[in-house]
Design a protein around this ligand. Structure first.
Ligand SMILES: Nc1ncnc2c1ncn2[C@@H]1O[C@H](COP(=O)(O)OP(=O)(O)OP(=O)(O)O)[C@@H](O)[C@H]1O
Ligand SMILES: [Mg+2]
Length: 249
């Protein structure tokens, strides 16, 4: 019962949040509610999970919401080309091609296949320099895994600290990464550096595969902490929250 009361309060806050750019919403009101109204503008968010847990789709949903709110957005992708990203989002009914055509959305594919990895190439520093040089209000990186896997602990922590500095200037950064990319100790520190932390999981319940998102932390929205929601990725819709009780059926 107490939980439902919280939801009501949150709903009021959520309604107030729409129409301004204080928070970044997903365009899916149920999803936003679970995040206490959305991701606060000016914050650094880590979206973490294993393979195929929905990190990219969640990012795309947030990208769609942010663009609709009028944010300027830049997305760095190691997983898509411009064409494949536009096509994938279109297949989820998250058509962003107009924003791309008008330049509100910039897409930067980063492809490292076939490159020789050298220990001392500071890829994370290059990314930071590039983000600093570009004016987008919202920056998405999907995913950081390949860079993190090759970087030293101190380079990783410096990278996240630089992101915090950029966010202090009012910009919003969302980063996805595979949990396995980090050592345990670094991951703990990275999680605490970030203002928001969403943890995605995939589990089998009976013969069904369920994806969940844990809102482990959202700065300024304490009550959301620990919120777990189950969701499905539905073609021609995007992310759809499903009641936990249904997932247990
Ligand atoms: N365009 C789409 N239409 C339908 N289902 C999709 C679409 N895109 C993704 N999905 C579903 O969502 C699931 C999660 O995909 P997503 O790419 O978001 O995971 P991820 O965590 O980013 O994976 P990875 O670790 O490979 O980066 C996919 O297995 C697929 O079932
Ligand atoms: Mg992905």
């Amino acid at each position: 019962m107490a939980k439902e009361k919280d939801m009501d309060d949150e709903e009021i806050k959520l309604t107030a949040a729409y129409g301004n750019k204080e928070v970044l919403t997903s365009g899916n009101s149920e999803m936003d509610k679970k995040m206490g109204g959305g991701i606060p503008a000016g914050s650094l968010t880590l979206i973490e999970g294993a393979n195929d847990t929905g990190k990219s789709v969640l990012t795309q949903q947030l990208m769609w919401g942010a663009l609709q709110q009028g944010f300027n957005l830049a997305t760095y992708t190691t997983e898509n080309t411009i064409k494949s990203l536009l096509r994938q989002m279109d297949s989820l009914s998250l058509d962003i091609s107009d924003y791309f055509a008008f330049g509100t959305l910039k897409i930067y594919p980063i492809h490292l296949e076939g490159m020789e990895w050298a220990e001392d190439v500071p890829f994370l520093e290059y990314i930071i320099a590039d983000v600093k040089a570009k004016p987008a209000e919202v920056v998405l990186i999907d995913s950081l895994t390949v860079f993190v896997s090759e970087a030293s602990d101190s380079a990783i922590l410096n990278f996240f600290a630089s992101c915090v500095n950029i966010c202090d200037g009012g910009r919003t950064i969302l980063i996805t990464a595979h949990t396995f990319a980090f050592g345990e100790e670094v991951l703990t520190r990275v999680r605490s550096i970030c203002d928001a932390h969403l943890s995605l999981k995939k589990e089998e319940v009976g013969d069904r595969l369920i994806r969940t998102m844990e809102v482990a932390k959202v700065r300024g929205a304490q009550r959301t902490t620990g919120n777990v929601v189950a969701f499905e990725v539905e073609p021609a819709f995007g992310l759809r929250i499903i009641p936990i009780s249904k997932t247990r059926a």
